[in-house]
Design a protein around this ligand. Sequence first.
Ligand code: 0A1
Ligand code: ZN
Length: 880
Amino acid sequence: MREATPKTVYLKDYTPPEYLIDEIELTFELDAERTLVRSHLSLRRNPQCHSECVTLELQGEELELLSVAVNGEKLADTDFVITPEAMIIRRVPQDKAFVVSIENRINPAANTALEGLYLSSSMLCTQCEAQGFRKITWFLDRPDVMTRFKTTLIADKNRYPVLLSNGNRTGQGDLADGRHWVGWQDPFAKPCYLFALVAGQLECVADEFITMSGRRIELEIFVEQHNVDKCAHAMQSLKNAMRWDEETYGLEYDLDLYMIVAVDHFNMGAMENKGLNIFNTKFVLARPDTATDSDYEHIEGVIGHEYFHNWSGNRVTCRDWFQLSLKEGFTVFRDQQFSGDRTSPAVKRIEDVNALRTRQFAEDAGPLAHPVRPEAYIEINNFYTLTVYEKGAEVVRMLHTLLGSEGFRKGCDLYFKRHDGQAVTCEDFIKALEDANGVEFGQFRRWYAQAGTPLLTVTQHYAADAKQLHLTIQQSCPPTPNQPVKQALHIPVKLGLLNQDGSTATVRMRDNSATEVTLNLTETEQTFVFEDLPTQPVVSLLRGFSAPVNLNMERSLEELAFLLRHDSDTFNRWEAGQQLACQIIFGLMTDLQNGRALQLDEVMIDAYRSVLSGSFDDLSYQALLLALPEESYLAGQMAVIDVDAIHQAREFVKTTLATRLRTEFQALYAQHHRDESGCFDAGAVGRRRMKNTCLSYLSKLEIEDSYRLATQQFQTARNMTDQMAALAAIVNSYHPNKADSLESFYRQWEQEALVIDKWFALQASSSLPNTFATVQALMRHPAFDMKTPNRVRALIGAFSQANPVHFHAKNGEGYQFLADQVLVLNELNPQIASRMVTGLAQWRRYDPERQALMKQQLQRIVASEHLSKDVYEIASKSLA
Ligand code: 0A1
Ligand code: ZN
């Protein structure tokens, strides 16, 4: 907790470590309230560091010291100093290696921040990224200190029969007093943020994987007994990921054992600890009746993500935390590729871009904007952001686009070979890609350093006589905190041309011709000329969303409808529909603001009718074409966000489409409605998506027929996708059985925490009247718990981040509620508390009355006592 104004850490101040720790021998005598930690550190001076200093400073927080010795000699009180953040030993040997031995005690049960060693339900587990290891014992807690770990775990055998840590099991045995021990050794040197241990009553679901070189790997998933029947999908996902990484990147697993443990209490999604991943249960457990199709996909994605970290993150790690995107951006890109290959590349790309544009673009346009490689932080945990992860992945994707698949693979091969076992920088990554391909990415590097979303403004001129199209693209980037002026970036812009009949036109530039090109935009303004075009083509720009930018290009509704029908690029086809809907919704908002009656343009109805009647192999893609832009995406397009007008206009469009195309929606519902529970192939998933999209539209009609349809589906569903979609249709309408349905759903799933999270989130995000009262009542519900991050996200997170109409209620009650909760969470779990503050960060985007109310709550937070660094940083930067 905060004493004075917390200190800022700067990238420019990086210096190599003065000491290295080659090996650590760690012994834990585990107990929920009193765990004893003994550690022997084999240290030596870092030969690369020539400072004169003879002291040794080890990081440690909230630890009770029992003893400390150097080379076996216990230190006197005068030989060292303990501060709230460190142990400083005044003099250590300089000319030879030495051993520091420490004994300390910690209390896992009191650790509600869930960093370091903590209790989750009845099991003990760790979370050490980014700086949790210092809450276990004193250490050089920085990623460029890579150490070989030997760990012995001792615990009561009844309470903690399973004892796990990184690497391979080296021995085990019983002790006289009812305790037992297990020894572990990890042959790979690693930074301490990758350390993990788990102790508890856990069941093991086991399988195996034979690697491409024929090695047999044991795969083990550990869960509580009642979850054993929900591990099959995670296990299959793991095997898929292992095979995929071999086939796509030539990367093989390196230990003989790969373990995953699922825990109920976890601040993030999962953690890539070497050989012992620890996962939020949300990203492991799935059974057809408890998890939706999207849950199944997310599980495969996150299992893949953590597995891929074994190379991009563990074998090659980060030099310092400013390089976080080196491992995260790259690994997100890899998991996106994997998920696309496993499901539908088109759908996956659209979902990723949609999330990026809705959420990361908002971050990049607000007070918390920072580069993919940040330059300063107060609390590193605040930098596990959408920018570092998702924009970071886009930056890697652009490198992939510029080099092509083969060139990119060559670059990655060199990167892993050159830097195996090292802690490196984003610069090292780019350099390897350059060297392997003999290219130069000078200007491209600015993507790592410059914050903000670039804007491309496009104008075109067709010269009929010369049969040429002139396309002029200007790039600019709005100022962001500490970066008032921006430099031009190297932006790859994929382009295709369509003839008037919708067929593909050849793209000819000087002597080259192709069906599609990637333009290299490097200047502030550039004109590209396309030749040999007898009629004016329709331009399809930024195909596949080839760069994370905003595009400003005037298009008529007719042109967008044309692209929605004909663009061969699946991303741009969807994008045309989104732009069409956006233009129409914004037009309706103007009508609303001027008191005019609303009327939906026939272009929109025709466009949707043609999607509904079209024939699609990929029904998930068809469902996406029918999805209106989210309210938060629309909000991101407005200078001053008008939450009520957005909601009303969008609801009007949805209801009118449902009314006018009712027959089509009903027919498609009937066509795709069948029970395929337990089947997760693309066909079954797509049919469920289409059917439930139709149900969602039909529920807007508020008629008996639709109510009956929803009730029927709710009562007969044998899979969570259908049950949840039906419950959503009921809860988000004036359905007469709403209360009963919610009640029966709760009773059915009371014992399944992850399903109950859905129950909370659904109610918290409803735009219907009285939601705030419901949220307040749910805060008092016996199943609500402030110490369980998933529950907090389901209720407080959903209300403040997915319910614009009620969170932004004009009287400010939503803001005050959020600030109240942030202050409670601040004492319990600073990481979760600071995540919740982001609901207020965008305050400058609203009308003056709301601005004042939001600002007031941020000021109240900043002024409160005992503020954690986490919350202080987000709240104070939001106000700056
Ligand atoms: N490295 C993990 C995510 C993670 C990050 C931080 C954490 O605590 C502050 C925990 C987990 C990943 O990318 O999956
Ligand atoms: Zn990651």
